[in-house]
Design a protein around this ligand. Structure first.
Ligand SMILES: Nc1ncnc2c1ncn2[C@@H]1O[C@H](COP(=O)(O)OP(=O)(O)O)[C@@H](O)[C@H]1O
Ligand SMILES: [Mg+2]
Length: 487
């Protein structure tokens, strides 16, 4: 299958998301679609996969005109896309979710579907328990499931939009192996949408680079990094240096904490965080760091132990009571946990305001929203809804919703899906808050980010806080061994 996009144009008001893009994809290849945050990658791929219409241009499949009005129509023609934000339906079981996606059959044959699902997951080396509920799955597992659904639906061209951002290094290797297999053994066309040079270099045969809605170059990969960087940014971005803050009083003190869930128990947690300190939590997905963070946020009740915030014991506080003490929490799943798809930015601001007032003051809320949009450089207006924003802008929106001042900020993958510049910007804003004594604890699958941004690093392995190390005294190599459980 040969896919041609000719002079595709898509404007959102004044924003030229796609400004006349021409690209051809040949079968059996793995393509990289590279570009920094906001370059127009997701928009172009959503057009190709029938998720949204375009203003002008043409789309050809094997030389004939093809324009889709829905993702289902595109999938029937062989084009499937894994979206940047997972689109599945949390309350269902995996099997139900799978059956829902295949409603071309009037009465789904459960038994046959179970068989099919098991076969497909095995064929592509995926590891999902099909009787589990979707909301119990990690981002990586959800992806695998969605890929299986697309393959069962007959996808010949598979588009994966920033697929590695929410998953562990191990899951990424599995995913890339499956992608190679699909291209080389089954002659499928794979398109990896990414802002990360390293993964395009690692996986792809050929890369297209977008910048500000235009195609600015293409090259076979691997190639020298500088070549891609120059196409993406025009010039090399400079990283701003870390400000140092004097670390004084203890802001958070965790003593003898245990968290027990049906999937994992985490025991013997002990950590003192000073005000102004940044703690990175490293570990493979599901090692306990996520539960730890949720317990600190009041989202999970610890089975034992205590949590002290400044001079107050907040053990067993509810989520809302915890937030009221000056804690901010940012979840990894932006649209699932952090934002509400259909609500406008102003409505988010009102929801996020701690003090619930009897009457909503729309005028001042709109003003406040505009201010924060400007400060965090969110591309959108106070009347835009959260789902209209690009992934990176959704992330900025989440940051803009954090109140000031805060004692403690808890974050899962704070820069997921952001390009280098936006990630730098977000971290600058976070470092600003350290001056107020705000302590920061964050989870990231990216060991470089953990090393660069933390004062200390707590490594989790198999439900334990294995070791706490000074960031300045360790390196990626040592961390890599630690997260694998090697002391
Ligand atoms: N539904 C939408 N409404 C308004 N603007 C949008 C919408 N989708 C994307 N945009 C804007 O179009 C530009 C390109 O976004 P996107 O394609 O998501 O970029 P990328 O995936 O490369 O980060 C961004 O400025 C983004 O804010
Ligand atoms: Mg995108």
């Amino acid at each position: 299958m040969r896919v041609e996009l000719n002079e595709i144009r898509k404007y959102f008001g004044p924003v030229k998301a796609n400004d006349g893009i021409t690209i051809t994809f040949e079968e059996g290849n793995i393509y990289g679609l590279l570009g920094e945050n906001g370059a127009g990658k997701s928009t172009l791929m959503k057009i190709l996969s029938g998720f949204q219409p375009f203003d002008s241009g043409e789309l050809l499949l094997n030389g004939s005109d093809a324009t889709f009005t829905s993702p289902r129509e595109a999938l029937a023609a062989g084009i499937g896309m894994l979206y940047q934000e997972p689109l599945d339906l949390p309350p269902f079981t995996i099997l139900d979710n799978y059956l829902l996606g295949r409603d071309n059959k009037v009465i789904p044959d459960r038994q046959a579907a179970i068989q099919e699902l098991i076969e497909l997951t095995q064929r592509y080396n995926f590891d999902v328990d099909i009787k589990a509920h979707i909301d119990s799955l990690s981002v990586g597992e959800r992806q695998q499931l969605e890929l299986v659904r697309l393959l069962a639906g007959g996808a010949e061209v598979l588009i994966l939009d920033e697929p590695t951002t929410g998953i562990s290094a191990e899951q990424k290797d599995l995913l890339f192996a499956s992608m190679r297999k699909l291209a080389k053994e089954e002659n499928k066309t794979l398109i990896l949408v990414s802002h990360k040079l390293s993964e395009v270099q690692e996986l792809c045969d050929h890369a297209f680079v977008l910048r500000k809605g235009q195609m600015v170059g293409e090259t076979d990969v691997p190639c020298p990094n500088e070549k891609l960087v120059e196409m993406m940014f025009g010039q090399l971005p400079e990283r701003s240096p870390r400000p140092s803050v004097s670390l004084e009083d203890t802001m958070l003190s965790i003593k003898e904490m245990a968290i027990r869930t049906y999937r994992l128990s985490v025991e013997g947690l002990q950590l003192d965080v000073r005000s102004g300190e940044v703690i990175g939590l490293a570990g493979l997905e599901g090692s306990g760091q996520g539960l730890f963070l949720k317990a600190c946020a009041g989202l999970l009740r610890p089975a034992k132990g205590s949590i002290q915030l400044a001079d107050k014991d907040i053990t067993n506080h509810s989520y809302h009571a915890t937030l009221a003490e000056g804690v901010g929490y940012l979840a990894a799943g932006r649209l699932e946990e952090g934002l509400v798809a259909g609500l406008t930015l102003t409505e988010h601001m009102i929801l996020g305001a701690l003090e619930r007032k009897f009457m909503i003051d729309w005028e001042s809320s709109r003003e406040e929203t505009s201010k924060r949009i400007e400060h965090y450089q969110v591309i959108g207006t106070e009347a835009s809804t959260a789902d209209q924003l690009s992934g990176g802008n959704q992330q900025r929106l989440l940051f803009s919703l954090l109140n000031t001042p805060l004692r403690l900020i808890l974050m899962e993958q704070p820069t997921r899906g952001l390009d280098v510049r936006s990630a730098d910007y977000i971290w600058e804003q976070l470092y600003e808050r350290r001056k107020d004594g705000t302590a920061i604890i964050f989870i990231s699958p990216d060991l470089d980010e953990i090393l660069d941004r933390s004062d200390r690093i707590a490594v989790f392995y198999g439900g334990q806080m294995l070791k706490v190390v000074e960031a300045s005294e360790t390196n990626v190599d040592e961390l890599g061994h630690l997260i694998g459980g090697e002391l």
